[in-house]
Design a protein. Structure first.
Length: 475
């Protein structure tokens, strides 16, 4: 009779598994319907199907042959290498994880630390794009929180797929990101075979309409300024434009991000110091700083003195059709995708730079960024309250004339300064001295970091007022 009980137990376990799975699917679908988001159907394709599609790809087969010949290794071994790359890159999107767990976490995390705002620089993309559009969101990169922030802001429209670097390939981050639909890339890995596999995967999901997000700078800004546009992934995506029908569906949407406080700003400045040859603090000192930060914030929570870190702001630009650009390149060179690779990449670089200019034009001007830009425009160690507020007012007027995205609903310039002052005082960046303020010497880099995020918008204005301040009549 033992075998009968084993069969009955197995059947019961199978029944429980099916019931739990059905319940999970129902919960996931309800969460999806509540969000009213559009989900790309191909994101639900099984990983085994995508794997099989890539293994049957003629371009990958040719790359395997070339790699085996150049490396003098058997093709069977090279195919195993390809399978390793596929397993590493390809995600397994889960509706329940994304819409039930991920969005709940995003909502709690973001609203705990920030006041989130999102606006459109023009009409929303959903009103301008055709139903079959393939959308690529190109963004600047300020913080690792960008992944969460942009995903949260766009959650009512689409589940966005990101390219994620090696930093997230640790348990449980790798599982979490892959269940959110993110695919992994090796940023400085030059092997041709690997890049062929990555390119064909990116083009496969693009042809099937998966909405993707790319941080155009390729990494976090270390000094607060916008970096140079990188072209690798964008070049892969544009490859589907060989097909005239596909190129008509391709659209780029610029997205600009800024914060009153970037969580990892001090770490980024240390990396900048290391690159410029300055000595970084020892790991023990860095660890003590992290522990002090955690203890201090925990104490503030317990004492009910916790305050958010200001604003996390996103501005979404108007979509740009890719087809006219590709058609223009074809008229100039015959066929963009058959010209010399160096020439094609140079043209893609110009497109990337143009999109980065669009992002730069709509960077949100937060309270702290505006205050830091004003502080940096003074040469002296002491700034009176009246001078600082007046300079912020001047800068805000200039930014408005330039149609810059000065954060709305912030009230008067005095209210903007009050919001910035709470953050700058809390972090001991600015201290009150009599009827004015002084910047703590060790935190001048932080002032520059936040001022740099909008420095390109102010252009020569900041230097102009600095020169004006030096004139005798303004002393």
């Amino acid at each position: 009779m033992t075998w009968v009980w084993l069969v009955l137990t197995a059947l019961a376990a199978a029944g429980i598994f099916i019931a739990v799975r059905a319940r999970a699917n129902t919960t996931a679908l309800r969460a999806l319907h509540r969000s009213r988001a559009r989900i790309d159907r191909f994101k639900l394709a099984k990983k085994s199907f995508i794997r099989a599609s890539l293994l049957e790809d003629p371009a990958i087969a040719r790359a395997v042959g070339e790699h085996s010949q150049e490396s003098n290794v058997p093709q069977a071994k090279t195919w195993r290498r390809v399978e390793t790359y596929i397993d590493e890159i390809v995600p397994f999107f889960n509706i329940l994880t994304y819409y039930k767990i991920g969005l709940a976490f995003s909502r709690v995390f973001l609203n705990f630390f920030y006041k989130v705002s999102a606006e459109y620089a023009g009409r929303p993309a959903r009103e301008l794009l055709p139903r079959d559009a393939i959308v690529i969101y190109l963004m600047n990169h300020r913080s690792n929180a960008d992944y969460v922030l942009v995903g949260y802001v766009l959650s009512g429209q689409v589940a966005i797929s990101y390219a994620v670097g090696e930093w997230a390939r640790t348990f449980p981050l790798e599982y979490i990101f892959k269940s959110f639909g993110a695919y992994f890339i090796r940023r400085k890995y030059r092997e041709k075979l690997y890049h062929t596999v990555l390119e064909r995967y990116v083009q496969l999901i693009t042809r099937n309409g998966v909405t993707q997000g790319i941080f155009l700078e390729g990494g976090l800004s270390r000094d607060g300024r916008l970096g140079k546009a990188k072209i690798g992934l964008l070049d892969y995506l544009l490859g589907v434009g060989r097909d005239p029908a596909m190129r008509k569906r391709l659209y780029i949407v610029p997205v600009a991000i800024n914060y009153d406080r970037v969580l990892e700003d001090r770490s980024l400045l240390r990396e900048l110091d290391a690159r410029e040859g300055r000595t970084r603090p020892p790991r023990r000192t860095q660890l003590m700083e992290v522990l002090r930060y955690v203890w201090w914030n925990a104490a503030r929570l317990v004492a009910r003195r916790w305050k958010r870190y200001g604003r996390a702001a996103v501005v979404i630009g108007e979509p740009v059709a890719v087809a006219p650009w590709i058609d223009e390149q074809d008229r100039e060179v015959g066929d963009l995708f058959t010209v010399d690779r160096a020439d094609r990449l140079a043209r893609v670089q110009l497109l990337s730079d143009a999109v980065l200019d669009k992002i730069a034009a709509i960077i949100p001007v937060t309270s702290v960024a505006l205050a830091c830009a004003a502080i940096q425009s003074f040469d002296g160690d002491f700034i009176s309250h009246a001078q600082l507020v007046a300079r912020m007012s001047e800068m805000r007027d200039v930014l408005r004339e330039l149609n810059a995205r000065v954060i709305y609903r912030e009230g008067s310039v005095d209210e903007i300064f009050d919001r910035a002052w709470r953050m700058l005082a809390m972090r001991r960046i600015l201290v009150r001295v009599g009827d004015g303020y002084s910047v703590m010497e060790g935190n001048r880099q932080l002032v520059s970091y936040y001022a740099n995020s909008i420095g390109h918008l102010l252009g020569p204005f900041a230097e102009g007022v600095r020169e004006r301040d030096r004139l005798p009549s303004f002393r």
